[in-house]
Write a new protein. Structure first.
Length: 195
């Protein structure tokens, strides 16, 4: 099995409430990771992790609308820290592009709302999609809605045809004007549905 050289978190985005921020820090403390939390004047926080080789990794959390937002990147050579970051992105519904770097290739993981949506194997300039999430349920719902609209269009067409037949058979202008008004409404509805 190939040995991972490093894990690179690119375009990482975590949005944590104050309670989640505490849980995030506690998760690393529970795993006996050496860390230091720096609270800045404006309420922002910096979390500085130290891996086994003494390398420091800094995550900056900016306070926005009552949440702590971390947007940035970091490179981890420590497997334990990389696994904890993976768990954090997943547990706290983060988004990220994660490069797991090996000697001859890189595995690129795309996270959205804490879930892996795509995995790509990159060897030089050649990329091979290993996995891609497909929203089958969402696609089925869209197809159902499309069919629902088509059925409504068919119903509107039937109503228009019925009213036109009725209008052509009538001589009374009073009833014809009401039919014309209804035909105008149905025509507008048909226009919206077909758009």
């Amino acid at each position: 099995m190939a040995h991972r050289l490093a894990t690179e978190y690119v375009k990482t985005c975590l949005q944590l409430t104050e309670a989640e921020m505490f849980s995030f820090i506690q998760m690393f403390v529970d795993q006996q990771v050496t860390l230091q939390v720096k609270v800045l004047e404006n309420g922002n926080q910096e979390i500085v992790f130290q891996d086994d080789e003494g390398q420091e990794i800094v995550l900056s959390f900016e306070q926005k609308s009552g949440k702590y937002v971390c947007m940035g990147s970091c490179r981890l050579s420590n497997t334990r820290l990389a696994n904890l970051m993976r768990i954090a992105v997943s547990e706290f519904k983060g988004s990220a592009i994660v490069n797991r770097i090996y000697s001859t290739y890189t595995m690129i993981y795309y996270y959205e709302l804490g879930a892996v949506v795509k995995i790509v194997e990159a060897k030089g300039t050649i990329e091979n999609i290993i996995y891609q999430y497909k929203d089958t349920l969402g696609q089925l719902e869209q197809m159902f809605l499309k069919q629902e609209i088509e059925r409504e269009i068919e119903g509107v067409h039937q109503q228009i045809n019925h009213l036109l037949d009725l209008r052509n058979a009538l001589i009374e202008t009073n009833i014809r004007s009401r039919i014309d008004s209804r035909l105008s409404q149905l025509t507008q509805r048909l226009f919206l549905l077909e758009a």
